[in-house]
Write a protein that binds this ligand. Structure first.
Ligand code: APR
Length: 242
């Protein structure tokens, strides 16, 4: 393990621009279940009933029951050493961009400033009828909450079958094309387009460091693949470069 951390540090110490891509595994040690792991949410819940625009149109109350449960859970959770380490990376000897699939806001809570939340945030609600958007941390919200225009408000997150916000994707692509190292931590690398980010950066010449408890489709392609908990590995990498 130590030699892999050193190899990762070597790559980072040479880099002028770095992008980190994170997923649910980075928040797992904060007590937030992942989606596809042993305790994965999709083992218990049906994504098509809870995380699609069709599900919301059919039963907004059910969708909000689930998002209220998750808001309650996130509210009780705090950043772990992986979040803290990634926040420290902003002080690294390189230009650093953090791209996360997580909607829990724990990266920002840990102090990260330059975070691109590609799947949105559970702490924002929006109206798809009049375009109203609001930052809202009330737990629980009515099921569903209604907009002043009369339409039900929804969580401002990206559901299955929906496109990512164009502005954010533009910033992500720009950072990936400039990156000399891409770190991929705590994601199964199976949900697109986020699962393509590392490959895009590698095709533009970046080296790839993967940190995950298990192998993923990305593991064979990574320059350095470190198998372990992000809360253990990320602080070691940061200690080796800062
Ligand atoms: N440290 C590092 N990796 C971990 C840890 C940990 N402590 N715990 C779990 N992992 C890894 C798992 O091995 C798995 O590869 O994190 C990954 C979590 O994968 P998923 O549950 O699929 O989560 P994610 O990749 O973020 O899902 C992508 O899918 O359901 C949608 O929109 C949702 O953003 C989500 C997207």
């Amino acid at each position: 393990m130590k030699h892999l951390v050193e190899k990762a540090a070597e790559l980072l110490n040479k880099a002028r621009a770095v992008v980190a891509v994170t997923g649910a595994g980075v928040s797992a040690e904060s007590g937030i279940p992942t989606f596809r792991g042993e305790d994965g949410l999709w083992n218990t819940y049906r994504a098509e009933d809870l995380a699609t625009p069709e599900a919301f149109a059919k039963n907004p109350a059910l969708v909000w029951q689930w998002y209220n449960w998750r808001r309650g859970l996130f509210r009780k959770s705090s950043p772990n050493p992986a979040h803290v380490a990634l926040a420290k990376m902003e002080n690294g000897p390189f230009d650093f961009t953090l791209v996360t699939q997580n909607i829990d806001g724990l990266h920002s809570l840990a102090g990260s400033k330059n975070v691109l939340e590609v799947h949105g945030s559970i702490w924002r609600i929006r109206c798809d009828t009049c375009g109203y958007v609001e930052h809202n941390e009330t737990v629980p919200l009515p099921e569903p909450p209604f907009c002043t225009c009369g339409a039900p408000l929804r969580p401002d997150v990206v559901w299955f079958g929906e496109a990512l916000e164009a502005g954010i994707i533009g910033k992500v692509m720009e950072a990936l094309m400039r990156a000399e190292v891409v770190i991929v931590a705590g994601t199964s690398s199976v949900v697109y387009p986020a699962a393509s980010f590392a490959v895009t950066a590698m095709q533009a010449g970046a080296a790839c460091i993967e940190v995950n408890l298990h192998n993923t489709p990305l593991t064979p392609m990574a320059d350095v693949a470190i198998c372990g908990k992000a809360g253990d590995i990320m602080p070691q990498i940061v200690k080796a470069i800062l």
